[in-house]
Design a protein around this ligand. Sequence first.
Ligand code: 9Z3
Length: 378
Amino acid sequence: MADSSAQEAESHYFTHEPAPKDLKANTTLAREFIARHAAGGRRVVLVTSGGTTVPLETQTVRYIDNFSAGTRGATSAENFLANGYAVMFLHRQFSLLPYSRHYSHNTRSFLDFMEERDGQVVVGAQHQDEMRGVLRQYAAVKRENTLLILSYVTITEYLWNLREVAKLMRPLGPTAMFYLAAAVSDFFVPQDRMVEHKIQSNEEFLGAEAGATTKPPAARTEGKSLIIDLEPVPKFLKQLVDGWAPEAMIVSFKLETDPALLVKKAQYSLNKYAHHLVIGNLLTTRKWEVVFVSEMDGEKWIRVPPNRRTKSFSGVQSLVGAADPLAKQDGFKVDESMAADGTVPQGEPAQEIESVIIPEIEKMHTKLIDRALTRGGA
Ligand code: 9Z3
């Protein structure tokens, strides 16, 4: 059971922060998707992806954002789909999407992949193989209806969607999974402290927003300065684990910039929320290495070779596990981040790390489902 202070914080939050307009439409789609895949015996994962905004005004001109392009979430969604999962992809509007990510948000326009041949617009010869591969995966996912795309913009929209979809996933029991890659703001402006109109910077117009809220506005100008006084977002992970989805496998991400803190913070989160897996990553090395922290396997680093090292890794696809002898042989640190000594790889990795992360998680999920079945049958 969830403890009562967390429940109070939840109920206060959801009573005071209005639900997004498209919540009903989203839950209708999610309900139908979940029911179909539950009947078909597929595992269902909710992947969250992208940053969450914190609006400073009701008619929002200014907002605070959390870093995330959506690469982790979109790439992971593709890998879950390739491994047989049905995926609900709850993402920040306009962040990267599975499959189309290969051709969007690029320095190259999608038009650079096209050419004209005998008056017909076609994909350029040098892109045919790669695009055929992506297109086939995309077409299979559409045919089998295994991907549902939902979106949010603000932290409040994110939390409302997460809560409602989580409740719908409850009947799936241990076959459900939450993979929380979205970058979630820890702070926000409560509705009853938000001004309606754009905050004015010109002193001549100061005070125009006065009276818009019953409480002192959280964001306001004082003299020439903008003062922003944010409040903490309730710890929704606690509610997810204890209340909304107590039987599901829950994977959270921990983003840090200081290598010395990463494992400690991931361990702290695991102890505090008692869920299944925390994946730690550093901003600078997140495409090359992550650390799994779980009760099942302790601390385990997962790495993919940077491109510049590809030759010395001939035949080595990826490195999983702290005790991997190849990791030692190749000079990788085995139990701490490669950023600990200031090493930050350049360019792109030789292989997407999500193609190693997801099969590892799938194995853990299988163990958890087996355990639940044994308990249920005993
Ligand atoms: C992550 O750590 C993601 O892996 C990234 C992905 C945001 C780094 P990109 O989208 O980046 O590929 O550019 N997400 C952070 C999740 C988060 O905010 N976690 C909360 C926390 O750390 C708890 S759930 O406190």
